[in-house]
Design a protein around this ligand. Structure first.
Ligand SMILES: *[C@@H]1O[C@H](CO)[C@@H](O)[C@H](O)[C@H]1NC(C)=O
Ligand SMILES: *[C@@H]1O[C@H](CO)[C@@H](O)[C@H](O)[C@H]1NC(C)=O
Length: 407
């Protein structure tokens, strides 16, 4: 082989290598485009999991009251972990930040059997065994999710996985459902190995959300207005909103101002880079996922009454249902399952003050982690934050690993 040929081959190798490098660069930095069907923006939970490596399953669980609840599974032989999302959200919330930043992927890669719940009425869980009219189908809130969906899902998982107990990871409303289940159906405490509760929500007496007061005080008015229009569900995922988020939440574009403004006003995020900023187009296009108006009404009732109480139907019906004019509080001293609480002093929704009330009343708090003001760690960051890996995912993984090792 003469020198010219060698040089020629070397040039070809260099060119091919460079080309590969550029291609790879392109791949790692996805340009999120709404018109690209393979962009993460357009993928649902099943497609996201498939794209990032494991083989997902979709399970339909039928609740006692006939709702069809879909649970997404990343199957494995290890202990089962059930993930329960926040209000108006879905199984997507545990996937959209991508494998490097998501606790669900992290536990799955360690061999845990990961299950992602979808609350009744969200975009993945719209079915019912009967063809109910809207007004009947949407007649549910926290209590039904906590006392119907969760027990059905937990019974289902334990029957498939053949273990007696599960680990539970809940965020925000996902913790409320846990408190409701374990207090109204205390037999389920025994099915929980440990519960990791991120930004726990029971009492809402100190919530600092800027719209909360107005909405709460106009609660009944809003409810009758929506009812009169035949609107029983809100915050559905709609295409226009998706397009706007896909455009405005990208990094390095001037329109990002609107995305920043929205997140600051709605969620109290002062610095958008605190969220997983590169993934924000994917995160923001997957929220919201739909919720019943009754869920919000109950939320506002709890805020106004300063009690963690059951749904308020008005004095007359309350007397029939609960034998008291005022709805009773959830009997949370019944929550005997071992729990870990993660709280932040910069959270508008789950406040340190309200979690203190909770902590005093539940008997089995194994650990309590509080992020101080200087961290500026806001509500959504527990799941979607740039620091979630170090502040949440790694410590939670440690808690579960240690429990598996020593029990
Ligand atoms: C926002 O956060 C980033 C990274 O956490 C930091 O580098 C930046 O200085 C912050 N900006 C402001 C205005 O606080
Ligand atoms: C807040 O928490 C951080 C991180 O844990 C710590 O480094 C810092 O000293 C704390 N600040 C205060 C005022 O407690």
């Amino acid at each position: 082989m003469n020198l010219r040929n060698v040089n020629c081959i070397r040039s070809v190798i260099i060119i091919v290598t460079c080309f590969g490098y550029v291609q790879n660069k392109r791949k790692t930095k996805e340009v999120y485009s709404i018109s690209d069907p393979n962009s993460d923006i357009n993928l649902n939970s099943i497609q996201l999991i498939s794209k990032y490596g494991s083989v997902p399953q979709r399970h339909t669980v039928v609740t006692e009251d006939g709702y069809l609840v879909n649970v997404i599974r990343m199957p494995n032989k290890g202990p089962a972990v059930l993930f329960v999302h926040g209000i108006g959200d879905s199984s997507d919330s545990w996937l959209v930040t991508g494998p490097a930043s998501s606790l669900a992927y992290q536990l799955s890669s360690l061999g845990y059997d990961v299950w992602l719940y979808n609350s009744r009425g969200n975009k993945y869980s719209k079915g019912h065994v009967k063809n109910l009219p809207n007004v009947e189908y949407w007649n549910f809130g926290y209590e039904e999710m906590g006392t119907q969906d969760l027990p059905a899902v937990i019974d289902y998982i334990t029957s498939i996985n053949k273990q007696q107990k599960i680990y539970y990871v809940g965020f925000s409303q996902g913790t409320t459902l846990f408190f409701i289940m374990c207090s109204l159906k205390p037999e389920y405490n025994d099915k929980i190995r440990q519960a990791i509760l991120l930004a726990p929500v029971a009492w809402l007496s100190n919530t600092k959300h800027p719209y909360m007061g107005w909405f709460a005080h106009n609660n009944n008015l809003i409810k009758s207005f929506l009812d009169s229009l035949g609107i029983y569900n809100i915050f559905e995922n709609n295409f226009l909103q998706k397009v706007i988020h896909a455009k405005t939440c990208r990094e390095g574009v001037p329109e990002r101002f609107f995305c920043e403004l929205e997140y600051a006003l709605s969620y109290g995020i002062n610095n958008l880079t605190n969220l997983n900023t590169d993934r924000l187009p994917v995160i923001s296009t997957h929220i919201p996922a739909g919720v019943s108006t009754k869920t919000f009404i109950h939320f506002f009732q709890i805020y106004l009454s300063k009690r963690f109480q059951r749904f308020d139907f008005g004095a007359e019906r309350n007397k029939m249902l609960y034998s008291t004019a005022q709805p009773p509080e959830f009997p949370i001293s019944q929550i005997t399952a071992p729990v870990h609480l993660f709280v932040s002093d910069s959270d508008w929704v789950s406040t340190v003050e309200d979690v203190k009330t909770l902590r005093k009343m539940i008997p089995n708090v194994l650990s309590y982690v509080e992020f101080n003001k200087s961290l500026d760690f806001s509500h959504l960051e527990f799941v979607y934050g740039a620091r979630a890996k170090s502040l949440i995912n790694d410590p939670v993984t440690d808690i579960i690993l240690r429990d598996v090792l020593y029990n």
